[in-house]
Design a protein around this ligand. Structure first.
Ligand code: FAD
Length: 456
């Protein structure tokens, strides 16, 4: 996520920029390739014509036409053959265009940008907002959805635990990733509506472009791009602690939804750090008792079902609380109010709450792509669908897995809590675990055994 925030202008400074540049390396070179191919075709056609022209000089008939045109022939006889030829060319050209040229899909797909219209825009703070978009073209089977069952009793649902799409900025030809908010209770994702929580950064091209787009205007997106495989990593374990900074809360909500729906015993702790209270609610913070004020000031506040004047994102969070109850615990800290997540808050979240089934964690097999922390140092946050799966031994009554501690947010946030990501062979990768969590792991080595750390 943090990676996303550095950028294109900076070239290689972010992972998103990395992916962006891949995109445009794909688009531009292809475009140029097709031009050069076309040029080559013209050249070779020209060469063929000259060759055939020179060859034709050996043909008596052609030589006859070229050397001595028949001016005695009626004018129609001289004009009609080229017209017929032109007509034939037009007909075959049109036929080729319609039947041989692959048509660009105008619904969401991984290769081409598809048009959507902004139907709602809600300002949250001077630097953040939520937009809702709908596709121009109805698609009965969105690539990110599992269809509803034939009886219609189970509605369509998201196919991937974590996923994002790219938006295009057509003025400067760049694209960036954004993560859709899970649908609210009662919303049918099959209609293709998507909602995004976006923050403008510095002089960021894409985030400012999206901030300028209003209701009724179009945006273009492609995807879905699938994030980390979560359920395979979790196996039969049931705990997820998600530490999110700012818009990094959205993948946290995606993860919570996926994990809590897949396993009735699962429990998710979402720790959300924001700059100002506006990100959560318009109302003032909940009052603290005067005599403990100095003590409580530094503690996170818990987000429940009832949030006074909630922001659009907090509305989604309380909607999730209503669905998952105590299985989802949400805590918030606010920069401007002087609260932040400290070592003890993270430790508390990692200690299983009473009632949470704690199954023994079997040490992972070295080299397992899903469960060996070392294997993540060089991994990106996107799913490697074709790579081999889990290598840990499984038995009939246990599925290999580890509890997940996930950190998502701006670069500085990730670095502080989990250590820097690394640039390896042109990709931004996880890097070793450092920061606050690295320190906690050194103090309590069991944490490193029980919890897999992922950075997004
Ligand atoms: C998988 C994925 C999902 C993402 N999901 C979301 C999402 O849901 N919502 C969202 O808002 N973003 C999300 N991002 C980040 C997003 O892709 C962009 O990176 C971000 O919006 C900045 O793009 P930009 O073009 O506006 O800025 P850029 O043009 O990329 O950056 C412009 C300048 O701003 C500076 N800058 C970068 N970050 C900051 C910062 N935090 N503060 C100050 N200056 C900064 C850069 O150094 C650069 O000089 C996601 C990224 C990824 C990879």
């Amino acid at each position: 996520m943090a990676s996303r925030m550095r950028l294109f202008a900076a070239g290689l400074s972010s992972r998103s920029s990395q992916r962006s540049s891949i995109i445009f390396h794909q688009t531009k070179p292809l475009r140029w390739a097709s031009v050069s191919r076309a040029t080559c075709r013209e050249v070779s056609t020209h060469q063929k014509l000259s060759t055939s022209a020179s060859t034709s000089t050996t043909s008596p008939t052609r030589r006859h036409y070229s050397e001595r045109p028949n001016f005695d022939a009626p004018i129609q006889a001289r004009v009609l053959p080229p017209i017929i030829l032109l007509g034939l060319l037009l007909v075959s050209g049109t036929g080729y265009y319609f039947f041989a040229t692959p048509t660009r899909p105008d619904t969401l797909n991984e290769r081409f940008f598809a048009p959507y219209t902004i139907t709602a825009r809600e300002a949250i703070s001077p630097t953040s907002f939520v937009i809702t978009i709908v596709p121009h073209t109805h698609n009965p089977s969105h690539p990110y959805l599992l269809p509803s069952d034939s009886s219609g009793s189970a509605p369509a649902r998201w196919r991937h635990p974590l996923w994002s799409v790219e938006f295009k900025q057509p003025e400067v030809q760049i694209s960036r990733h954004y993560t859709p908010l899970p649908p609210l209770n009662g919303e049918d994702p099959a209609d293709g509506t998507l909602r995004f929580y976006i923050r403008t950064v510095g002089d960021g091209e894409m985030s400012h472009y999206l901030a300028r787009r209003g209701v009724g205007q179009d945006v273009h997106l492609r995807g879905p791009h699938v994030g980390f495989e979560l359920t395979e990593r979790l196996g039969d374990k049931s705990r997820v602690v998600f530490l999110a900074g700012g818009t990094g809360v959205v993948p946290g909500m995606q993860a919570a939804k996926a994990v809590l729906e897949a396993n009735q015993n699962a429990r998710v702790d979402l720790l959300w750090a924001v700059r100002s209270r506006e990100e959560v609610q318009r109302a003032a913070p909940p009052p603290t008792s005067t005599w403990r004020f100095w003590q409580e000031k530094k503690s996170p506040s818990e987000l429940g079902l009832e949030i006074q004047e909630p922001s659009p994102v907090a509305r989604h969070l309380s909607d999730m609380k209503a669905t998952y109850g105590d299985r989802l615990r949400i805590q918030v800290v606010v920069d401007k109010e002087g609260t932040k997540f400290q070592d003890k808050d993270i430790k508390n979240a990692l200690i299983a709450a009473p009632g949470t089934p704690s199954s023994a964690v079997i040490p992972s097999t070295p080299g397992c792509r899903f469960h060996d922390q070392m294997m993540h140092i060089g991994a990106t946050e996107f799913a490697a669908l074709e790579a081999p799966g889990c290598l840990c031994p499984s038995s009939e009554d246990s599925v290999p897995g580890k509890n997940l501690l996930i950190i998502s947010g701006p670069d500085g946030f990730i670095e502080h809590y989990a250590g820097q990501k690394l640039w390896l062979t042109g990709h931004q990768t996880q890097g070793p675990v450092g920061g606050v969590i690295g320190r906690l792991q050194r103090q309590e080595p069991q944490l490193a055994q029980d919890w897999l750390v992922l950075k997004m």
